[in-house]
Design a protein around this ligand. Structure first.
Ligand code: URA
Length: 433
């Protein structure tokens, strides 16, 4: 077999056979197929796409390129959750303790933030002492003992994805639905859970810019999950504006803690309850949605979910006192109010632009090697459809740096404010699977 023939085949819109996909991934990981040929192939996929079976087969070969986690010693049904990412998305920090408090075991491996989007690991690491890099033995032991753990992905899982993603990143071939689906699902499957809930975001701050593409990505990922006999479901949710109020690592940990104390923002809690209810159904912890909601709400109001977060922080060597004293999380030197320059109804808060502005304060990374400032970020005081008076506080900026020239003007440009009211946009567009 020659790889050039496979490039030609894909260029002309044909599907690759399982043997050809095996030849591709095995040859690439072994260094037998050069980057320039794989780049051409990836670009052909961007234009010609892949059939569902081809994508599942690609995922299977990527999965086979590395190790896989065996969670069988943890006992019971294990559930994983993945978000395609966005601005202010601290869902895992509150949701995982909530479902774990209801008796569902969660073994989660997470990633870091890049660009305008945040990453769960960076958020957790803003808790003084918190360790995200655990041995496999410690990871499994923690799940057995307290039912939840969130750690960084082991380097030995899915090496093919690391190589392919790095190449896609520099060849403008990231935004292909089959490539994204195979990439995400290979990593989720390698983590070994029985059930997977995918939070597929759409909108300005997300990979998928509209609901249709988000649904298409969700369907492809569910098809892969089904091929591997995993109970896979997807929630399609909006990332047109930041989720909740806080954007920035320690600020988002604080918001998650407040949410587990019953003081969370409405949109964030809505997302956690909906995601949690699907997970409890997948894990057979609840027999219907109503019971699932009841259990999750009780886990919050009784303090059991907050207790689970405390247990996870303690098990991963973090300072648990941050739960009762959130001022022990990293604090910025300056907390600057930003006042509304006009009265009106907020119609939009542009997620991507706000996320980029938070990144420029140090809350995120422009390149993979940038060092983030855990204290930096923005806390919104109003969300879209809210009314704001001229001179009222729109947001607080938490920063250790002087604001760059033009930053404030750009911040105002993130808002669309009009004199007429606007209905709140739907946050969750549907559940698939
Ligand atoms: N996230 C991933 O893990 N892979 C992709 O291809 C895109 C987003």
């Amino acid at each position: 077999m020659r790889f050039v023939d496979l490039i030609e085949k894909k260029k002309n819109g044909y599907s690759l056979t399982p043997e050809e996909i095996h030849f591709f991934i095995e040859g690439y990981v072994a260094g037998k197929i050069p980057d320039y040929q794989v780049s051409a192939f990836l670009m052909a996929v961007c234009f010609q796409s892949m059939e569902e079976e081809e994508t599942a087969c690609l995922c299977k070969e990527m999965l086979a390129s590395g190790e896989q986690v065996d969670l069988s010693s943890c006992g019971g049904v294990l559930c994983d959750k993945h978000s395609t990412g966005g601005v202010g998305d601290k869902t895992s920090l509150a949701l995982i303790p909530m479902v774990a408090a209801c008796g569902l075991k969660v073994a989660k491996m997470s990633g870091r933030g890049l660009g305008h989007t945040g990453g769960t690991l960076d958020k957790l690491e803003s808790i003084p002492g918190f360790q995200t890099s655990l041995s496999m033995h410690a990871f499994l032991q923690q799940i057995k003992e307290i039912g939840l753990a969130i750690i960084s992905q082991s380097a030995s899982l899915v090496p093919a994805d690391k190589m392919l993603y790095a190449l896609r990143d520099v060849t403008a071939t990231v935004d292909s639905i089959p490539l994204i689906a195979a990439s995400i699902m290979s990593k989720k499957l390698a983590c070994g859970s029985d059930c997977i809930l995918l939070d597929v975001k759409y909108g300005e701050g997300a990979f998928m810019k509209d609901v249709q593409s988000a649904k298409k990505l969700a369907e492809e990922m569910i098809a892969i999950g089904t091929y591997f006999h995993k109970d896979t479901k997807a929630m399609i949710s909006s990332m047109e504006e930041p989720l909740g109020n806080a954007i920035g690592n320690a600020l988002e940990v604080k918001e998650a803690i407040l949410s587990l104390q019953g003081k969370g923002s409405a949109d964030f809690m809505e997302l956690c309850l909906e995601a949690g209810s699907i997970m409890l159904l997948q894990g057979k912890i609840a027999k219907d949605k109503e019971e699932a909601y009841r259990k999750l709400k009780a886990a919050v109001s009784s303090g059991a979910a907050l207790e689970k977060l405390r247990e996870m922080i303690a098990a991963q060597h973090g300072d648990v006192s941050v739960i009762d004293h959130t001022d022990r999380l990293p604090q910025a030197k300056h907390i600057l109010p930003i006042y509304a320059s006009q009265k009106g109804y907020i119609h939009r808060i542009h997620a991507m632009r706000i996320g980029t502005l938070a990144m420029r304060l140090g809350a995120g990374r422009l390149t993979k090697d940038d060092i983030i400032d855990p204290a930096a970020g923005i806390v919104l005081q109003k969300k879209s459809s809210d009314i704001i008076e001229k001179g009222a506080v729109l947001a607080y900026v938490h920063t250790n740096r002087e604001l760059e020239e033009g930053w404030l003007q750009e911040f105002y440009e993130c808002y669309e404010i009009h004199s007429f009211a606007k209905e709140k946009e739907v946050l969750i567009q549907g559940i698939i699977g």
